[in-house]
Design a protein around this ligand. Structure first.
Ligand code: NAD
Ligand code: ZN
Ligand code: ZN
Length: 344
């Protein structure tokens, strides 16, 4: 089968021919219907050898949907032909967090060498994909795979981040979304659907700012040195009740911590390496800082439910698996509108 793999440190992803995986007891083989391209893929492919821990060759893709193709011995409650979405943050399934469906915070995964598909285990950018356990599949129902595959990360991650801040986003509140790419443009829709907040979106690219407005941002402003002043002007000097940074580089972390209101939340989702350096008197009183990772299985079900009810839609550009390397080039240039999706 064809797969898109990262094969050696510093190289570009390439299309390779590898055997179709065989299904072991308790496993499920999917015929992949769609796979999303995430900025985190670009991040890991940019790591130097001493920091790269995801194995080589790595079949990319941590956003996936598929059709159940074959069931391993003992698998119940699934049938060949079922349309499913892959819950990506695989954990042990037994620890306290996993018991609550929060496998994204599994406390055994590192020690037991359990890794998500596309981030250690073979991912979704292939014609077939092996799922280690049926609990990592969620019914997709009638949702279109290409249009919804990215909800498994670009939907789930902002949903998990935003849900914790909803008590602060009542009527009259303000939320700031920094970076309106794959995650950010879905995040704006989640805030609009679930809260009373006015949304101020920030990006460095005018086309992404236009997309932010299209998907529901009330204000879209350039992410530059004037951004904090503009956010303060738009909030009568108070700042934002919740700031979600979907970039995470030093300039955006600085904007995030400087624009939060008293008692507000700063949530850093982007993995750009920026550091929040805050202490008494350098950030609004009682502000809280969070650095979440991905989301829970229950939250994935909720995000897919939002899509089924027409509350969320992902802007996509589609590519064949042969065109996969081009999708990563466009991601690198910053020219993708919404999310790039590969249809193997
Ligand atoms: P993306 O490339 O689709 O979007 C990034 C956006 O940020 C683009 O619109 C870009 O123009 C904008 N941007 C770049 N520099 C900026 C700046 N200085 N100010 C404002 N905007 C700026 O990326 P994505 O796939 O949406 O991922 C966003 C980030 O979230 C990445 O760092 C990714 O690795 C990370 N991520 C984290 C998690 C998690 O669990 N914490 C999960 C998924 C992705
Ligand atoms: Zn991702
Ligand atoms: Zn666990």
């Amino acid at each position: 089968m064809k797969a898109l793999q990262y094969t050696k440190i510093g190289s570009k992803p390439e299309v390779v021919d590898i055997p179709i995986p065989t299904v072991g007891p308790g496993q499920v083989l999917l015929k992949v219907t769609a796979a999303g391209v995430c900025h985190s893929d670009e991040f890991i492919m940019g790591l130097p050898e001493d920091q790269y821990t995801y194995g080589l060759p790595l079949t990319l893709g941590h956003e996936g949907t598929g059709i159940v193709h074959e069931l391993g011995e003992g698998v119940q409650h699934l049938s060949v032909g079922d349309a499913v979405a892959v819950y990506g943050p695989w954990g042990c399934g037994r620890c306290h967090n996993c018991s609550e469906g929060k496998e994204n915070y599994c406390t055994n995964a590192a020690a037991e060498g359990i890794t998500p598909p596309g981030l250690g285990s073979p991912g979704s950018m292939a014609e077939y994909m092996l799922i280690d356990d049926p609990r990592h599949l969620v019914p997709l129902g009638d949702l279109d795979p290409a249009k919804n595959v990215s909800l498994t990360d670009a939907g789930l991650t902002p949903y998990h981040a935003i849900k914790q801040s909803l008590p602060k986003l009542g009527a009259g509140s303000t939320a700031v979304v920094i970076g309106t790419g794959g995650l950010g443009h879905v995040g704006i829709q989640i805030i609009r659907a679930l809260s009373g907040a006015t949304v101020i979106a920030l990006d460095v690219n005018d086309e992404k700012l236009a997309l932010a407005k299209e998907v529901g941002a009330h204000h879209a402003i350039l992410s530059d040195k004037n951004a904090v002043d503009t956010i303060k002007e738009l909030t009568d000097g108070l700042g934002a009740d919740a700031v979600f940074d979907f970039v995470g580089v030093q300039p955006t972390v600085d904007i995030a911590t400087a624009s939060v209101a008293t008692g507000g939340d700063v949530t850093i989702v982007g993995i750009g390496g920026g550091m929040a350096s805050v202490g008494f008197g350098t950030i609004a009183y009682d502000a809280a800082l969070r650095v979440p990772y991905w989301g829970s299985r229950g939250e994935l079900i909720e995000v897919l439910e939002m899509a089924k009810r027409g509350q969320l839609s992902v802007e996509i550009e589609t590519y064949s698996i042969d065109e996969g390397p081009k999708a990563y080039e466009r991601l690198h240039e910053g020219s993708i509108r919404g999310r790039a999706v590969i249809l193997p």
